[in-house]
Design a protein around this ligand. Sequence first.
Ligand code: EPU
Length: 338
Amino acid sequence: MNILRNQSLKSHNTFGIDVKADFFYEVNSLLELIEISSSTIFKSEDLFIISGGSNILLTKNFKGLVIKNNIKGIEIFSQDENYVDLKVGAGENWHDLVMFSVEKNWGGIENLSLIPGNAGTAPMQNIGAYGVELKDTFISLEAFEIATGKIKCFTNADCCFGYRESIFKNSHKGKYIITSIIIRLSKKPTVNIDYGDIKNELNKLTIKSPSIKDVSNAIIKIRKSKLPDPNEIGNSGSFFKNPIISKSKLETIQKKYPDIVKYPLKNDDFKIAAGWLIEKAGWKGKRFNNYGVHNKQALVLVNYGNAKGSEINKLSELIIKDIYKKFDILLEKEVNVL
Ligand code: EPU
């Protein structure tokens, strides 16, 4: 077993933060995971599981064992004339999976094109974009329970999915290593183009009856125009969640800011565009040496070079304080700060 020591995590997180782990081990199969779980290091050290590294901000060296989950494989688990269930290894790149499905004309995840990260971490925060969330196609997952070494199955309901939420970010945090997921895709796909930006993009391309490939292409174009490519500028996508506030609070804020961007929810509450709040507060495009707020999407914090995770975290705290002061809204981080 080749456990690396004093290993840099720079190439394992999309923020590109250079911190070190005392121990580092990459698992490529369930068997390798079972093997490492019987080692003294696994049993005695603190553990951190990393996969695509696309939703973390590392602020210090990790005193313990980092396991890189690289379990691959896409297989048809079951199918009929209407649907196909795919069983996907946790270490499969999410966007590659979307491209694989789009090429087969299997619909359901095309709106989730170009989201960084891997299949196994998608359920952790119930990834979502352009009117679709993972939970809409998710059937179940298998996970290795760290305390017992048992493999457990979690259905869609078991995962308690919410907006950027699941049981794995709450009561089950740090207790399981997701090894595979099953998603159900449609062989007779219908497109979901309700999100304004998609319609505009398809109109620009004069596409009247879009295929799922057209929708995927439109979304790739929109994302590329707004969001920085982590291979060029370190980032973790949206750093904050869009906050949810009551109608009465919205009405109070609207007196001062009538143009606030909001989306009504079913229960009379409103989801507010955090990007709008941050832009309105004057943070969009602000740069401090090697880090800052992205100039095309204020929800995204970026590492231009060799920034420290602690500096980016400090910036996020300043933004949270400022938004609270100006709008009486408490922003919540979407990214996991370690
Ligand atoms: N806006 C601004 N200024 C900004 C950014 C946004 O005013 O700098 C306003 C605009 O009015 C815009 C509205 O906010 O119309 C919504 O912006 P956008 O469509 O970019 O979506 P978002 O709410 O900022 C969410 C997700 C993204 C996802 C997009 C599209 C969260 C936290 N973020 O962003 O997810 O791609 O919707 O569905 O829910 C991610 O999670 O990493 C991520 C990128």
